[in-house]
Ligand binder design. Structure first.
Ligand code: SF4
Ligand code: F3S
Ligand code: FES
Length: 236
């Protein structure tokens, strides 16, 4: 099938402003958008810049806007888009480094700000084994363990577009993952951080984040749970 692919191009060291470039190509509808980008870079323009690594929805490096919606390019088949006219742009709200590549540093700074690691100062069990928890306790935070830090959620969030200081849904998801871990002792500190001006209260329940997540994490629900924990002082 014949496709017309319109791609956002910007090389800040050479271009005064961004522009779009059209590429025509033949591709099978069962190919993925990532395959098409590889084809364009390999056969038509070797200067096209984008990030990818695993090509199987695991590494989270190829989040981009495809026909106006955030996706992982390796998880979208051409036929899923229902059109031969495809526009590919970088995710919004982060500085463009080149073409489809954005500066992820502010995103990871927000992530790091919520202490996304296990905090437990108790000595390890005397038998030298790991800290155990019940299957029910493990289940409590299972959904938010699935995050691959692709930034599709945060860069789809209108509150983040309005103010890049907002910690964003991805950071809250990763805080949730530890707040509700029965082995962790850092919940109070994380809830304090998320109760600050640029924390969870910036979320206006827009749901864009949940719709954008390639891992189908119930992000808005996780945010609501964190808000409730702050309000009630209890983890349920
Ligand atoms: Fe990506 Fe989903 Fe994690 Fe957000 S919550 S960074 S969309 S995997
Ligand atoms: Fe943004 Fe998601 Fe809240 S899109 S406003 S973080 S529900
Ligand atoms: Fe790794 Fe798409 S290339 S998630």
């Amino acid at each position: 099938m014949h496709y017309n692919i319109k791609i956002f191009r910007f090389h800040p060291e050479q271009d005064a402003k961004p522009h779009y470039q059209n590429f025509e190509l033949e591709a099978d509808p069962t190919e993925r958008v990532l395959d098409v980008l590889e084809q364009i870079r390999g056969e038509q323009d070797g200067t096209l810049a984008f990030r990818r690594s695993c090509a199987h929805g695991v590494c989270g490096s190829d989040a981009m806007r495809i026909n106006g919606r955030n996706y992982l390019a390796c998880k979208v088949l051409l036929r899923d888009l229902d059109t031969a006219e495809i526009t590919i742009e970088p995710i919004l709200g982060l500085r463009v480094v080149k073409d489809l590549i954005v500066d992820m540093d502010p995103f990871f700074d927000h992530y790091k700000s919520v202490l996304p690691y296990l905090i437990n100062d108790d000595p390890l069990p005397a038998d030298g084994r790991e800290r155990l928890q019940s299957p029910e306790d493990r289940e409590r935070f299972d959904d938010t363990t699935k995050c691959i830090l692709c930034a599709a959620c945060t860069t789809a969030c209108p509150s983040f577009w309005a103010n890049g200081e907002y910690v964003g849904p991805a950071a809250i998801v990763n805080a949730h993952r530890f707040i509700y871990d029965s082995r962790d002792q850092g919940a109070e500190k994380r809830l304090e951080i998320l109760n600050e001006q640029m924390g969870v209260w910036r979320c206006r329940t827009a749901f864009n984040c949940t719709e954008a997540c390639p891992r189908e994490i119930k992000i808005t629900r996780a945010i609501a749970e964190v808000k409730k924990a702050i309000q009630t002082g209890k983890l349920e």
